[in-house]
Design a protein around this ligand. Structure first.
Ligand code: HMG
Ligand code: MG
Length: 307
């Protein structure tokens, strides 16, 4: 069944196609206190891929002591079959070993623009965390994997406050030099506003980073997600992260709430006449699977569509 659609008004300044990168099964679930059974996670991932999402970050190979929710990463991957091509998050060499044993082809490594969050998220300083990510990236590339890089706390940090755009671009540069094909700039606590997004993208361009090597990763804590996407589009970005159902948060950043909802991102992009290759109705149904299981409200678009 096909639900309502936005009317299409194209803005010639925007790209024809955008890549949407789904983080729900990883970023969305990692902070959930109720353990989600492996079969529910696998069903969620399969529904997301079935909806046409080209990249679904399936889980993470972090320490199960730090993130018990994703302790079943091996079990999840064992159920994925061909879908094993989708990426997983890896913090260190131990995580890479586990991912390799599971047949993973694509990973994402992560670092922090701030010192405090590097400690809180990875138990090491900003420089050490960056070196660890670079070491993991190099080894993963040697194994024939593709590697994405995340930088967290790109727009503000709950402990350190404002974050300089240059500090972020320095970390991005190190991850690119380590061989990451793309850097996703994370607004971990959702404090970014539109002109700040423009400034951060421009800082990267000035540092020689090509626009097609950047992605934007918004959490919607302060309701700025979509206006930040629009600013990103205007600045020339063509890859955006989001989580179906708007679930998510980071267990190590107290004020991080849900990611930008994939349903809302798709409504905006499709209304702008930008192709994503994704079936919005199928994403809405996948969102329902997970929000109903978690007992969370459905996304605004699911509710508007009468789901
Ligand atoms: P540590 O405690 O310093 O690590 O944590 P350790 O090396 O001392 O190891 C402690 C224990 O964990 C040991 O076991 C290790 O073997 C084990 P024990 O000897 O005590 O039995 N261990 C592991 N087990 C399985 N897989 C592993 C692994 N590593 C160690 N990979 C560590 C350091 C990096 C492990 C820890 O800090 C960690 O796992 N952090 C991950 C935190 C995390 O997942 N954060 C959320 C993801 S990032 C995010 O959400 C932001 C993002 O969305 C973008 C944005 O929004 O900004 C990407
Ligand atoms: Mg995140």
């Amino acid at each position: 069944m096909t639900g309502p659609r936005p009317a299409v008004y194209r803005d010639q300044d925007f790209p024809q196609d955008v890549v949407v990168y789904e983080v729900g099964p990883r970023d969305g679930l990692q902070a959930e206190a109720t353990l989600v059974p492996t079969d529910v996670k696998v069903r969620f991932i399969k529904e997301l891929v079935g909806a046409g999402l080209p990249l679904v970050e399936a889980t993470s190979f972090v320490s199960p002591k730090w993130v018990p929710q994703l302790a079943d990463a091996q079990e999840v991957l064992a159920e994925l079959g061909d879908l094993i091509r989708h990426p997983v998050l890896v913090p260190n060499m131990r995580g890479l070993e586990r991912a390799r044993e599971s047949g993973v082809k694509s990973i994402a490594v992560f670092a922090s623009a701030t010192e405090t969050f590097a400690h809180r998220n990875l138990n090491a300083g900003r420089t050490a965390v960056c070196e660890m990510a670079a070491e993991v990236a190099a080894e993963a590339l040697r194994s024939g994997m593709t590697v994405r890089g995340y930088v967290s706390m790109c727009f503000g940090d709950p402990w350190e406050g404002a974050v300089e755009t240059k500090a972020v671009a320095d970390v991005s540069r190190q991850l690119l030099d380590a061989g990451c094909y793309e850097i996703s700039l994370g607004d971990t606590i959702g404090v970014a506003t539109a002109a700040h997004v423009t400034a951060l993208v421009n800082e990267h361009v000035a540092a020689g980073v090509p626009l097609n090597r950047l992605a934007l990763h918004f959490h919607d804590t302060y309701g700025q997600g979509l206006s930040n996407v629009l600013a990103g589009l205007r600045a020339g970005i063509t890859c955006f992260d989001a989580s179906t159902g708007g679930i998510g948060g980071c267990p190590f950043a107290g004020s991080a709430t849900g990611n930008l909802a994939m349903e809302e991102l798709l409504w905006l992009l499709h209304g702008l006449g930008i192709s994503t290759g994704v079936d919005l109705d199928a994403v809405v149904r996948a969102g329902q699977t997970i929000t109903d299981f978690l007992g969370r409200p459905r996304s605004r678009i699911a509710m508007a569509m009468g789901h």
